[in-house]
Structure formats: C-alpha cells, structure tokens
Design a binder for this molecule. Structure first.
Ligand SMILES: C[S@@+](CC[C@H](N)C(=O)[O-])C[C@H]1O[C@@H](n2cnc3c(N)ncnc32)[C@H](O)[C@@H]1O
Length: 232
C-alpha cells in the first residue's frame, strides 16, 4: 500500500543525483535492456525489478517493450510513490505491479519470472549472508535460463583499487559543481563508504552459490559494477 503523497522534490533530487554519482546511469539501462531483449526476443515477458524505487527501470524499458510486464519490489514507500507516478505518466500502469517490502514479501507462485534485475540495491544489504539470501530468493522466482542483471557497488574497502575509484567518484561530484566541502563530507562523513562493498570475486561467488550461471561482468562506472547471468 502506498499512502503518502508523491514528493516531487525527492523525485527530482533522485533523478539528478543518480546521474552525478553514475555519469553512465542512462546507458546502464540501455545495456541491460539489450541483454534482456537478446534473451527474450519479441515474446511476452514478465520482469521482476528488485529495488524498483525511482521507477527508472519502468521508464527505461516499459514504453519500448510493450510485451513486457513488471513486478517492482521496494522497501521504501516514498520511492515506490515515485515509481507509481512515473508508470502513470508513461501510461504503462496496466503492466506494472508494485510491492512494498523485500523479496520475502513476493509470494511463491508457479508463474515464475522471465527475467529479473537488481540495480543499485545489493550494497544496501550489509550482511553477506543476507546478500546471498536475497539473490537465492530472486533465483527461486525465476524460470530456468531466465536472464538476470545485477548492478552494485563493489570492491575491497582495504584495497588501493577501490580508493582510486573513490577519487574518480569524488571527481564526478566536483565536476557537477558540488561544493568541495560537501563532497569531502560525503566521503569522510562516511556516507558513501557506509554502503556495503565486497570484492568482485565475492560477488561472482555469491551469484554462483545462488544458482546463476553464464556470469559476465558487463559494466563499470566509478564505484559500481554490473553483471549479467542466467538462472540455472
Ligand atoms: C539507489 S535506489 C535504486 C533504484 C532503481 N533500481 C534505480 O536504479 O533507479 C535503491 C533502492 O533499493 C531499495 N532497497 C534497499 N534495500 C532493499 C531491499 N532489501 N529490498 C528491496 N528494496 C530495497 C531502496 O528503497 C531504494 O529504492
């Protein structure tokens, strides 16, 4: 149930900040769509969108794929309000179902999904066992062979490699005209580094353990990486 009113300021801030933090944000959705299209062809398909929040999967893939229907899951009532508003604006509401909660709130059903995405969500799950559980639950809701796209922050927090990418990420914000003090606070205040980073090898192991195969890294920008794979 989504009861709170739509918050246009929050929606606007999300749209803007996502594209500063990830300058290739829109291209990411184009790339994921290309993978899904290659796998799904022109047939009718049901897509599970984990962390559907701002509704950007819906707006990137909905209008251009009239045979796709979407089930969006998100813990945030505020974010789902944005997704609902976007679906209405795009006139794709009849193909969109939104569930407030986690994957545990998606009822088991015989009608498994033809594809799934989990974009910019997994780094908000701190515990590695919980990350694995989330991926396992997603997999359990997918048809065998169904494509899955995972995009998450990654890296070893102790390694220079992640610190180098952090400098690049800071540069994105400075280039966008953000006050240097604010950028410093975003890093030193712990904001960005409070999300849960794990090394990419570990992400690939989690995907394998959860039952995904054909795991390929297809995307990197700043702090974030993307993997495409298939449910076994
Ligand atoms: C950065 S937003 C990404 C939204 C969208 N996927 C996009 O790329 O624009 C992350 C979303 O994940 C949601 N979220 C965080 N943890 C979650 C969980 N365990 N289950 C479902 N949604 C979650 C948040 O509420 C938020 O809306």
């Amino acid at each position: 149930m989504i009861n709170k009113p739509y918050n246009p300021e929050m929606a606007l801030a999300y749209e803007k900040n996502a594209r500063i933090s990830i300058p290739t944000y829109d291209a990411l959705f184009t790339m994921a769509q290309a993978y899904f299209r290659m796998q799904l062809g022109e047939k009718e398909a049901s897509l599970l969108v984990v962390g559907a929040g701002g509704g950007n999967e819906l707006s990137a893939w909905g209008p251009s794929n009239p045979n796709w229907s979407f089930t969006g899951v998100d813990i945030s009532e505020e974010m789902l309000k944005i997704a609902k508003h976007k679906a209405a604006q795009l006139d794709i509401e009849s193909r969109v179902t939104l569930i407030q909660g986690t994957m545990d709130d998606v009822q088991p059903s015989d009608a498994k999904f033809d594809a799934a995405s989990c974009i910019l969500v997994l780094h908000f799950v701190n515990d590695v066992k919980e990350k694995l559980k989330l991926l396992q639950t997603v997999k359990a809701h997918m048809k065998p062979g169904a494509p899955f796209v995972l995009v998450t922050a990654y890296g070893d927090p102790q390694a220079a490699e992640l610190q180098d990418r952090l400098q690049v990420w800071k540069s994105f914000w400075l280039d966008a005209g953000t006050e240097p003090k604010r950028v410093q606070d975003m890093v030193e205040g712990g904001g960005i580094m409070k999300i849960s980073f794990i090394p990419e090898k570990e992400i690939e192991c989690l995907l394998t353990e959860a039952g995904f195969t054909h795991i390929t890294k297809f995307y990197v920008t700043g702090l974030f990486g993307g993997w495409m794979c298939k449910a076994d």
